[in-house]
Design a protein. Structure first.
Length: 117
């Protein structure tokens, strides 16, 4: 299993970022995928999930209406479009599958998102 997150950075409040996660070494199209985040001193939290075909999507209440998760199974990639960013969105963002976590305990390196003026 390999998951490589990218696209993070420093952005002003109200700005946007699009995160990408390139998956390899497993059959990506078979797995529901999620984005998680972990802010300093806080537990990792689930941000958004998308089923293997993209037919069902769920968001944490804190990001509904601002974030959009999507996937491209042909490219083995899952995305997170983040709009109207707030300072409280500052965190390291990770993509993963609950199944992969349960089976392998694997996490990628994540990508840092910092929202600050």
């Amino acid at each position: 299993v390999q998951l490589v997150e990218s696209g993070g950075g420093l952005v002003q409040p109200g700005g946007s970022l699009k995160l990408s996660c390139a998956a390899s070494r497993f059959t990506f199209s078979n797995y529901e995928m999620s984005w998680y985040r972990q802010a300093p001193g806080k537990a990792r939290e689930l941000v958004a999930s998308i089923t293997s075909t993209g037919g069902r999507i769920n968001y944490a209440d804190s990001v509904k209406g601002r974030f959009t998760i999507s996937r491209d199974n042909a490219k083995n990639t899952v995305y997170l479009q983040m709009n109207s960013l707030k300072p409280e969105d500052t965190a390291v963002y990770y993509c993963n599958s609950a199944t992969i976590v349960a089976l392998y305990g694997y996490w990628g390196q994540g990508t840092q998102v910092t929202v600050s003026s």
